[in-house]
Design a binder for this molecule. Sequence first.
Ligand code: GLV
Ligand code: MN
Ligand code: MN
Length: 414
Amino acid sequence: MAGDRWTDPVGFERMWGELAQVGRSARTGGYFRQPWTSADNELRAWFVGEAERRGLDVEIDGVGNVIAWWAPDGVTGPGVLTGSHLDSVRDGGAYDGPLGVVSALAAVDLLRERGFVPARPLGLSVFAEEEGSRFGRACLGSRLAVGALDWAAARELRDRQGVALPDALAGAGLDPGDIGPRADLAERIACFVELHVEQGRDLVDRGEPIGVASEIWPHGRYRFEFKGEANHAGTTRMEDRHDPMLTYAMTALAANKQARLAGQRATFGRVEAEPNGTNAVPSRVTAWLDARCDSDAALSDLVEVISRQAGERAERDGTAVEVSEESVTSAVSFDADLAARIAGDHEGGDWPVIPTQAGHDAGIIAAAGVPTAMLFVRNPTGVSHAPSEHAEMPDCLVGVSALADTLERLAGPS
Ligand code: GLV
Ligand code: MN
Ligand code: MN
């Protein structure tokens, strides 16, 4: 029973193979599974098909969050939920999200192989727009599902092409109606477990295939709008320019320096210039800061010092800068007892309990008051949000066994 390794990887490899080409770029080998576009819709349909072939009861809400329930007759009450997401960042890897979804399906197969029957409903979830790659709001689907984001605010969001969220949903055959999707997930579940590829090198350095999350660093996305004056790249004297690209460039350097000095993380990974011509000083540069820190106070201090330095530089450049928050997530500490139980629940010593700087639906659900845990599967290089993101198959299968053990404990008779 609990602790048995899953020695038949065929099911996992079949599922993994079925996902391999969906949303994949032939040029880079990376994935772009943008929410509510064909790749994402195909993956959602694939998950529904896998759930149905296992006889699970599938519910899909108006934004495309999917939960597939394994609830034998007479088994009711708050459920145990596990899952992750199927959308990706631009040119992302194969594992961030799908590993947790495929592992959840495989864990059900393994539990059935073991003869396990849940004593509480066991749900498998896929949350929509976890990466915030389309509408800029991280974990959009899970935030709506627990009421951490109002539909009234969400419905105003627009993507880079100006498409409003309700129109994107309609394009994917979804309809949240006027009041939005149901927002009572936190009341319907007793706990949530998300398995995820590790997005760093902690487990490799420790020589461990599996880790358990202790906390998620607070993190946020901030839009920096630099405004200057468009002009000719050749005839405008250097001293006569009001070049917002310079203000942006100095701000990017300041962000890197300040994050290093404070032992935190800051990245400008997205920038847009207008009119974006080679032979013109730009009129406007918009850039997005991603900042992550080990405390909420450190995050606001870091963003404040970067914003202040951007403002000072703008004065010197004769430009202007405006900063606005787009998506900010406070620190999350996972349930320490649950983490300790999972970490100690296997033969051969405890799995390490480690923090992460990456955001997850698990963080949103934990912040809504649901006891929540995360399992990480070792990533040999630590690379993530990039095509070379990877986990070795033997580690993935240890992950399936660890997840099955955890679910068996949580959803079994108490
Ligand atoms: C999600 O993966 C994030 O941390 O940006
Ligand atoms: Mn991610
Ligand atoms: Mn993820």
